[in-house]
Design a protein around this ligand. Structure first.
Ligand SMILES: CC(C)(COP(=O)(O)OP(=O)(O)OC[C@H]1O[C@@H](n2cnc3c(N)ncnc32)[C@H](O)[C@@H]1OP(=O)(O)O)[C@@H](O)C(=O)NCCC(=O)NCCS
Length: 188
């Protein structure tokens, strides 16, 4: 299955092994990896190869990890994924990162609009889950902007491999109707 999602400035597409340099640049930055659960620091070429190979193999069915390519530079500047798709409950779980050099330019907002449409319209999901370290300001703000509802906190429940620290986990959910409402405000 080869799914490509296009937005004004971005192309969301399947990972390729040749993307490894962009991945090392993006997720190899401690300012990014310290907010993620399973990414090691320092981050090596072999880590990128392992991660990309795994994603290529399991793409589709339950996992949809899209690399975010910036059209103007033909460069991968991030990743946005839907994982653990359950066909019975119609629930999936999201995760994402953007290369630090490209923060605060609205790229994740743009990518999330595309991936939420894909999740609810193409995969026919009814709900997306999101789990965020409680002190991750950017990510908590992003999910609220996208219409996610805060559903509770689990104390010292999630950890970052890069920092070695354990955090409280903020849990969010986005139902199809929440997305319809949020989309109207985001897309004029
Ligand atoms: C979270 C992240 C993906 C946001 O990407 P981005 O492209 O910079 O986000 P956007 O420019 O689309 O901004 C989205 C919203 O997030 C908020 N935001 C972004 N950066 C922020 C920051 N540093 N502090 C507080 N709020 C921030 C703003 O509310 C913004 O909405 P606005 O522009 O309407 O004010 C990025 O900061 C990142 O990769 N962080 C490290 C990895 C990570 O935390 N991933 C998520 C794990 S759950």
């Amino acid at each position: 299955m080869n799914i490509i999602l296009k937005t004004e400035r971005l192309i969301l597409r399947k990972p390729k092994l040749s993307d490894w340099k962009d991945v090392v640049e993006g997720v190899g930055e401690y300012g990014v990896s310290k907010w993620l659960t399973t990414v090691p620091y320092p981050y090596k070429k072999s880590d990128a190869f392992k991660w990309i190979s795994k994603y290529i193999k399991k793409w589709g069915d339950k996992d949809y990890p899209f690399f975010i390519e910036l059209r103007s530079e033909k460069k991968v500047i991030g990743c946005i994924a839907i994982h653990y798709v359950d066909k019975f409950t119609k629930v999936g779980t999201t995760g994402s990162w953007i290369n630090k050099k490209y923060w605060k330019k609205g790229y994740i907002t743009e990518a999330k609009i595309a991936i939420n449409d894909f999740a609810f319209n193409k995969l026919k999901l009814e709900r997306l889950n999101s789990s965020i370290f409680s002190n991750n300001k950017a990510s908590n703000a992003t999910q609220k902007k996208m219409g996610y509802k805060f559903e509770g906190k689990r104390r010292r429940c999630v950890g970052s491999k890069a920092s070695g620290k354990i955090y409280d986990e903020n849990m969010y959910g986005l139902l199809k109707d929440d997305w319809k409402k949020a989309r109207r405000k985001l897309v004029k």
